[in-house]
Design a protein around this ligand. Structure first.
Ligand code: AMP
Ligand code: GLY
Length: 422
């Protein structure tokens, strides 16, 4: 089979490596991929949002199956466009990807179908939003309705901050049209858990849970990033919590989407907060998480391509989705300065005795060298029978990956260990 994977980050690299385990895969093209992914797939210089070019490439190259990984092309209808030309895909249609594409949509869906989430109000009028904030308790959370590269959420400690956030979104349009509608919601507290789940629109099969580390600095300080590291499983996601989530969140969400005529097929990402009043949905994503995928897929025992095809065919109930009873840790190596200004173009090298998976994100080829080309450069992933082992190994192996100006957190997994009482 000939496959395309749309996207070009660490998540896509992990997906590609897993897909290659299937013997029927002859060829994988990454659109656009990156210099590191080029070790595992043929990278084609077509942007993930260039849907016409993606469809043309798939047709011209007789592609059998397409995996559309990032949010933008999914929300823009990449799966619809490919399927229209007869190309089979993994990923939701645009009318279902809206579950991530519009926070107002997802909040209204949860309210309508009694899915636990933070209380909220949606505004299209700035003055109404500002007046509401005058009465709202603080801290309060302001969210741009549309996609905003993960930056559209402001946790405001004061009413002033909340109002500034509303003004920057609605008046200054810092996120463009994504901010013409805003959601103001209740501030929740509790540990966060990411659960990625396969679904064919009828059956939901959750993958192993994971924990992201979103802040740039140790002890969860500093600016929000795309994710500085992950561990799986997440110790806060106990068997009891998992049961509640299945009953009160996962199945109701799938059923709600069906009732709305927006059947979701693909990977649905549940961003959960385990509050005193039980698990609540913080956000939905219509895709695999990054860098969650980098720890989840290495623990998957079942064949990824088979599961992805079952999601499309509606046969997920008959498909085995099994995970190892082990731990995985991803330490992200970033460019110093990320998520703000940073320099790139530094050569990336690895020692011969490196014994970990390296999933590349901000990397490109320059001649025969691999050089840094982004904020998050790569993730080093190790597995272990215990979380301690996996952490120790990921950090030891990360010492065997070199580039100037590199930065990583030193405490990925520390919070999870603490939760385990260790
Ligand atoms: P999101 O992009 O919606 O995942 O939000 C980014 C981060 O903001 C989440 O991972 C949470 O840490 C935080 N967050 C979002 N909504 C809330 C909320 N209602 N209460 C507390 N924290 C929140
Ligand atoms: N790690 C969070 C995300 O993929 O949005």
């Amino acid at each position: 089979m000939k496959l395309i994977v749309v996207g070009g980050g660490g998540r896509e690299h992990a997906i590609i490596k897993k897909l290659k385990e299937n013997k029927s895969v002859e060829k994988i093209y990454a659109l656009p991929g990156n210099g590191g992914i080029a070790q595992d797939a043929e990278c084609v210089n077509i942007g993930a949002k260039d849907i016409d070019a993606i469809v043309k490439f798939a047709k011209d190259n007789s592609i059998d199956f397409a995996v559309v990984a990032p949010d933008d092309p999914l929300v823009l209808g990449c799966v619809d466009a490919l399927e229209k030309e007869g190309i089979k895909c993994f990923g939701p249609h645009a009318n279902a990807a809206i579950i991530e594409g519009s926070k107002a949509f997802s909040k209204d869906l949860m309210a309508k179908y009694n899915i636990p989430t933070a209380k909220y109000k949606t505004f299209t009028d700035m003055d109404e939003a500002l007046a509401y904030i005058d009465e709202a308790p603080v801290p309060t959370v302001v969210k741009a309705d549309g996609l905003a590269l993960g930056k559209g959420v402001v946790i405001a400690m004061t009413r002033e901050e909340a109002k500034d956030a509303v003004k920057s979104m609605m008046q200054d349009k810092v996120f463009g049209e994504s901010g013409s509608k805003v959601v103001v919601e209740e501030f929740l507290t509790g540990p966060e858990v990411s659960v990625l789940a396969f679904t064919d629109g009828k059956t939901v099969k959750p993958m192993v849970s994971s924990m992201d580390h979103k802040r740039a600095l140790d002890n969860d300080e500093g600016l929000n990033t795309g994710g500085m590291g992950t561990v799986a499983p997440n110790p806060y996601y106990t068997k009891d919590v998992a049961e509640i989530c299945m009953k009160d969140i996962f199945l109701p969400t799938i059923n709600a989407m069906n009732s709305e005529g927006r059947t979701f097929k693909g990977c649905l990402y549940f961003g959960l907060m385990i509050t005193e009043n039980g698990p609540k949905v913080i956000e939905y994503n219509c895709r695999f998480g990054d860098p969650e995928t980098q720890v989840v897929l290495p623990l998957m025992k079942s064949d990824l391509l088979t599961v992805m095809m079952a999601c499309r065919e509606g046969t997920l109930d008959k498909c085995e989705v099994e995970f190892e009873d082990a731990n995985a840790v991803c330490v992200v190596m970033a460019s110093k300065g990320y998520p703000q200004k940073y320099d790139s173009g530094f050569e990336i090298t690895t020692d011969d005795d490196l014994k970990a998976e390296v999933y590349y994100a901000g990397a490109k080829c320059e001649g025969d060298k691999l050089v840094t080309a982004g904020g998050r450069v790569l993730g080093v992933v190790s597995k272990g029978n215990t979380l301690e082992e996996a952490i120790k190994s990921a950090y030891a192996q990360s010492e065997k990956v070199h580039f100037d100006n590199s930065y990583k957190r030193s405490d990925i997994g520390a919070r999870a260990l603490k939760a385990l009482g260790r």
